[in-house]
Design a protein around this ligand. Structure first.
Ligand code: CMC
Length: 425
């Protein structure tokens, strides 16, 4: 199979095929408009549109497979540290010992944010959502570390972003608590440093509990990339205009915030709390989710790509049990989540539509047990997704065939008409 045939307006057109390393096939429509004299492909929501080719992440949604650079998510979750996964996604290979040491050293070296940026935090209301703070602060990094065409400088900004984003996230949490910020500590690992900045107080010594460190490592790895999702596509869209790294990633953070994407993790906990406050009648909520006249959806359920159990959700369901047991936390919301899942998975509506729990269904339960407030959940997702966004921005920038992203449309508005003076309207 080397081409596809399209018949349009009585004429045949031959369209080339592009095949991926896992046998995925794309029909190349790049010349369609020119060749047909104006016809375009129409795919709102891009459910069938390949916007690029990419060597970073592979998903088989039918089989529930997720791999970063060829490595299965299950194996990475069990054996890797998040910093190794960052290196893998961004530079294409797992680091050897020397590379890991050097990469970790650079990530530690750049953890502080410019002292002037601390003043920004003072300007936000204590109730400001930490995602609003994260996205604006990440965009603001471009004012301190300007863009450059030099590969060395670009790599430096990649490291700065990875190193500083967690400091910004922790400072925004401290701001919401009305507590003084805690500076990073150079003798801690990436994940420990973040937990230290979140939970340490100036009044007492704080040692990062291993269970929290391990749970955070797992959560960040599971969120690290997911190919052309909404936020990554936003990063590529903004980056395609050659906008700088920081503002492109800030666009991704904003896209992630929405409740249909990363914002779902906050909404899941709010939903579970609502169900508990309503007498834990989860069947009523499954019925609501099925009712087409009711806008309610089961948050943390369904996925554009997975038509099977999301492999990340499978790992997190198990981790929720383990982490809560280790922390000695008995969370009634976990029981409601399990019951809800059980009812939904046996219900014809969910079965027919292949609706399974996604990554956001159980992650919030773990964050809660770790002591992380609900409004910070999507920030945690963003910190995990950073290496993925960066890898896609870098891949796109280094691809000489990249063109500015500029979709077409089918216009459905008024035809040409003369201007009407105000006295005649
Ligand atoms: N509850 C009830 N019905 C649902 C749900 C849900 N959570 N998700 C999808 N459906 C139904 C939907 O109504 C539609 O039914 P019908 O065919 O009768 O019209 C069918 O399933 C297909 O849904 P869709 O909205 O066309 O699917 P999509 O690919 O456009 O949307 C989604 C995917 C994730 C936005 C959607 O499943 C959803 O809104 N889920 C809840 C929000 C959520 O958990 N988001 C996190 C996604 S995973 C992490 C991430 O990407 O950030």
């Amino acid at each position: 199979m080397t081409s596809a045939k399209l018949t349009y307006d009585g004429k045949d057109y031959e369209l080339g095929l592009i095949e991926g390393t896992e046998g995925e096939v794309g029909i190349d429509t790049r010349k369609l408009r020119k060749d047909t004299g104006g016809a375009i492909t129409y795919d709102p929501g891009y459910g069938n549109t390949g916007s690029c080719s990419s060597a970073i992440t592979f998903i088989d949604g039918e089989k529930g497979i997720l791999r970063y650079r060829g490595y299965g998510i299950e194996e990475l979750a069990e054996k890797a540290r998040f910093v190794e996964v960052c290196h893998l996604l961004i530079y294409g290979s797992l680091p050897n010992e020397q590379q890991l040491e050097e990469f970790s050293r650079r990530l530690t070296l750049h953890t502080l944010i410019h002292e002037d940026m601390k003043k920004f935090f003072e300007g936000y209301a204590a109730s400001a959502h930490p995602m609003a703070i994260l996205s604006t602060m990440v965009a603001s990094l471009s004012a301190y570390y300007p863009d450059s065409a030099d590969d060395h400088d670009i790599d430096l900004n990649i490291v700065r972003l990875l190193a500083k984003a967690k400091t910004i996230a922790a400072f925004s949490y401290k701001k919401s608590m009305g507590h003084p910020v805690i500076y990073p500590s150079n003798d801690l690992s990436y994940t420990q440093n973040f937990l230290h900045m979140l939970f340490a107080l100036p009044v007492e010594e704080y040692r990062v509990p291993t269970v929290l460190d391990e749970a955070l490592n797992l959560l960040l790895i599971l969120h690290a990339d997911h190919e052309q999702n909404c936020s990554t596509s936003a990063v590529r869209m903004v980056g395609s205009s050659q906008a700088n790294l920081f503002v492109a990633i800030s666009a991704g953070i904003n896209a992630l915030w929405g409740p249909l994407h990363g914002g779902a993790n906050q909404k899941v906990i709010e939903m579970l709390r609502g169900i508990r406050n309503d007498g834990s009648d989860y069947k009523k909520y499954v019925a609501k989710a099925k009712d087409k006249d009711d806008p309610f959806r089961l948050m943390g359920f369904g996925h554009r790509v997975y038509k099977n159990y999301d492999p990340r959700a499978r790992l997190l369901k198990k981790a929720a049990d383990d982490v809560l047991a280790e922390l000695g936390v008995d969370d009634p919301l976990l029981d409601i989540a399990r019951e809800l899942e059980q009812v939904a998975l046996e219900d014809g509506y969910f079965v027919e539509r292949n609706l399974y729990p996604n990554v956001d269904f159980y992650s919030g339960i773990i964050y809660r047990a770790m002591g992380i407030p609900t409004e910070m959940f999507t920030v945690m997702f963003a910190l995990g997704r950073l290496p993925g966004w960066i890898a896609h921005w870098k891949e796109m920038r280094e691809d000489p065939t990249t063109r500015i992203h500029r979709p077409r449309q089918i216009y459905t508005g008024e035809n040409s008409r003369p201007f009407v003076p105000i006295s005649e309207r």
